[in-house]
Design a protein. Structure first.
Length: 252
């Protein structure tokens, strides 16, 4: 994948396969460990490059918006949202309009429901599942845990069917946070890092970047106490005792 992305700087601006690959790669970064800063930096750089008008990158504006909001920097979401809305309106594709609607959600539940309605019959089940995931996360944060399970289960089922493993892990983590028990076989881990759960990996990656427990909690919508719990469990699995030792471990 990195070789494919590097090629975007050498190919013609309308090479849609490459621009879609770039967007998919950044979506993967967000899903696999919630590395919003890395995804946002890459997408912003691409938006200034020769492929900035290609639809694959314009549609990836949804990932820019989500990453910027998660980082607490909504001002960085304004331009990609403007481009995404204009593109979705001009193209008339329902799935694009639904994704655009997803980017407009606030703490008003009606906005989430409006975005979900826009997905009905629009195709692109992966994008619909991402909207369901965001809605479920919002419900869980609003302490409506029973309500949150419905969209989260739907999202998980789609992610599993599409083999979107990082996104399925994120949905499972959210379902677990609602109190739902999920059973599955534990894979054999070849390295200590592979023994970490998706949430533990998210936490230790952010901790390795120097984020405090409070900063990590804000990004992942957890409590600082829960973050410390994940760090404690992760440190035991990794065989370390402090954050300082994380710099010696390959968490990629």
């Amino acid at each position: 994948m990195p070789d494919l992305l590097a090629a975007t700087h050498r190919r013609r601006p309308d090479d849609e396969a490459l621009t879609m690959a770039w967007g998919a790669f950044c979506a993967m970064i967000i899903g696999a460990g919630g590395r919003h800063a890395a995804a946002l930096d890459r997408l912003e750089a691409a938006a200034r490059g020769p492929l900035r008008h290609a639809s694959g990158l314009v549609s990836a504006g949804a990932d820019q918006v989500e990453a910027a909001v998660r980082l607490g920097e909504p001002e960085r979401a304004a331009e990609p949202l403007r481009r995404l809305e204009a593109w979705a309106h001009a193209g008339g594709q329902r799935w694009a309009q639904a994704v655009s609607a997803r980017c407009l959600v606030t703490d008003d539940e009606a906005h989430y429901l409006r975005a979900l309605d826009a997905h009905d019959g629009a195709g692109r089940p992966f994008e619909q599942a991402r909207t369901q995931l965001l809605y479920g996360e919002w419900l869980r944060r609003a302490k409506r845990r029973s309500d949150a399970r419905v969209p989260l289960r739907s999202a998980l089922a789609v992610f599993e069917r599409l083999h979107a493993t990082p996104w399925a892990e994120r949905a499972r983590t959210e379902l677990h946070a609602t109190g739902e028990t999920l059973t599955r076989a534990e894979p054999t881990a070849a390295t200590p890092v592979e023994r970490l759960t998706s949430q533990e990996l998210q936490v230790v990656r952010l901790a390795a970047d120097g984020d405090t427990s409070r900063e990590i909690a804000a990004q992942l919508f957890l409590s600082p106490r829960t973050v410390e719990h994940h760090l404690y469990r992760a440190f035991r699995k990794l065989g370390i005792r402090s954050r300082r030792e994380l710099s010696h471990i390959d968490l990629s």
